[in-house]
Every structure is written in structure tokens, then in C-alpha cells.
Ligand binder design. Sequence first.
Ligand SMILES: Cc1ncc(COP(=O)(O)O)c(C=O)c1O
Length: 396
Amino acid sequence: MATDEFETLAIHAGQEPDPLTGAVVPPIYQVSTYAQDGVGGLRGGRLSGASAGPGRWIEGYEYSRTANPTRGALEECLAALEGGTRALAFASGMAAEDCLARAVCRPGDHVLIPQDAYGGTYRLFDKVLAGWGVTYHPVPVADSAAVRAAATAFSPRLIWVETPTNPLLSIADIAALAEIAHGSGALLAVDNTFASPYLQQPLALGADAVVHSTTKYLGGHSDVIGGALVVGDGELGERLAFLQNATGSAAGPFDAWLTLRGIKTLAVRMDKHSQNAAAVALMLASHPAVARVYYPGLPGHPGHEIAAKQMRGFGGMVSFRHAGGEEAAVAMCGRTRLFTLGESLGGVESLIEHPARMTHASVAGSPLEVPADLVRLSVGLENTGDLLDDLRAALG
Ligand SMILES: Cc1ncc(COP(=O)(O)O)c(C=O)c1O
């Protein structure tokens, strides 16, 4: 299994036929509790031995907050896709973020966060963790020298990075930031939601933890909310698993199953998302109603070379500034036919939104405030020409 390529792992890792029935996909174990062989002894002897499947089948179970076979299948697959040793599946991306921050940080600690991050990440540090004495400092993660200076000034416990960032598609140099983090005694966490493990594998570049909103590309069909953490270090993995169980933020079995089903097609979806987004970015770049396009695949993007070095493709997210200003941007979001006005991203269907008033409303007035004329597109898998026509018509 270890030598299999990404597409193969996405379909097979953690997904061996059910040892009991031969079902070719992991069943939905919609169960809260499990019969045990004796007081303090887990069940498992029946499935052990030569015919047993992977480790998760013979370990036995006691209670699904702690472990569940369907969630275990997803976690095994996620660990394989990110090249980690341990993955944990959560009820949402925010639950995963909270678990990581609280496992690693203690009152008095400092964290560096991106100057343009997902609004919910900012809210978590600003409105929740700050109340427990964890101080955050926004830094431009695309500027490694600025991150190094902030790391020297604050001696952070954790450097938190998104790349590409949401919504401005900035690119952080993961290998450079890992070196900076480790040189200052910090851990590097990378939110890999925009890229997905198919396009980028932060652990291989030196990161200590990968964060996902699996709601997005991993699930891929706008039908499930979920999150994940993946790490390479076993001791950190144990601490995260302890906290996840202690606070009860794990993904439910049906959500885990839906996410695993989405993952099977991740590679082909990401290739097509990237192709469609590149076509959209090129069209927007030459459109008179567009002032600026943010897409790391465009050679003029300041992070293009680093993205080309650390990513297999440039992904399906494109943001742009409307030359007509805020009201023109807002009006355009209501004029598309195929791009549905909505939050979230990463599904097969194209979405359009106005970050300042929608996904990033919580950063208004903060150092993370986004431009008011910004429009964000999650470019889906529809026909390329149809998508271009839709945007041209809405731009006018
Ligand atoms: C980059 C990024 N990280 C994390 C999250 C939070 O994930 P969730 O909505 O699944 O809690 C989001 C949600 O939009 C996101 O865009």
C-alpha cells in the first residue's frame, strides 16, 4: 500500500473489503456502543488472524465517540493521502482547528496566523482562544522574512498557515516556514483545504500538522460538513486523539462515509477544477470590468513560482476585484446563472460570493479585512465554455 500512487490510495487506503461480509466499500457503522468480550476487554478475536483486514478490524471498539470503524476507514485514508502517520476526522473544519490549537497551546502562548485567513479561523483565535490567554499575531504568510521577524519577536508556540489563502489566494513557502518554525521552537500547521492533498502535501515539505475542512474538496459534493487533522508525529497524534475523545468533536459515521465516497474521485475532480479555474482566471485577466485577478496559476501572481514548486496544480479557487467597486461586485454576485450565490467551496457546482459581506464578514474592521470590491469564485466541474459565458454575461 505504501508504494501505491495517490489515485490508488484514494480508492483503497483504509477501504479493504469488509472482512465480515465482503462489502467493497466500508459500511456505515451507525452504532454508538459495542459488545465487549469481558469487563475491560474489547471484542475482536472473531476477526483476528490471517483473514482479518487492516488493524482497525482487530482492535475492537467500545464507544463511537472514541473510535468507529467507518470513521477509522476515513482516517486511515486521510493519513495515507497526506503522507502522515495519524489522521483524525472531526464534525467540522472548525472543530479540527480548535482541537489542534488547544492541544498545542497553553495560556500565555503566542500564535502567528495569516493576514488573510478564513474568517472563521480568525474568529476562533480572536473571539474564543484569546479569552483563554492565547495571543495571536496576523502576519503576511507569503512574506517569509516577515514571518521570520514575527517568530523572533513573539517566540510563538504555533505558526498557522493557509496556502493558498482564503480569499486572496496568497502562497506561503511551506518548506521555508517549516524551517523558520522549527528554528524558533514552534510547530507549523498548514490549512490545506484550498489545495487538497492531491495538489499539495505539507507534511512532506516539513509541516507538523495538516488541517482540513473536508466539507470542501475532500467531500467534494456540498453534502457534508467535516474536518480533519493529519500529523506525522505519533506523540502529537496521541495528544490530538485524547482531546478529540475528551471533548467529543468526532465526525459521525454517515458523514465519514460521505467524505470517504467523495475522496475516491478527488484526483480527477482536482484536475478538472484546476483546468476550469485557469480558463476563468485567463478570461477575467483580460476583461475590462475586472481590476485584478488572484489565481496562483497566472504567471503574474507573486506566489506563482512557489506554487509551481510545491503544488501539482493551482486549484479551483479564483478571486478578483471588480473595476466598478463594491456595489458592482455585489450586483454581479446576484446576476450569474450557473455560479450559485453561496458560501463554501470545493463542490462540483460552481459558486460565487462576496467575501466582505459573506464568508469574511467576521474580519470587518480587523487587520484581516478583505477588499470590498472582491468577488470569490469556486470554479466547479461544469462545461468550461458555459462557465465563461455565464461570467461574461454577469460582468456585462
Ligand atoms: C480554509 C478554510 N479552513 C477552515 C474552514 C472551516 O471549515 P468548516 O466550515 O468545515 O468548519 C473553512 C470554511 O470555509 C475554510 O475555508
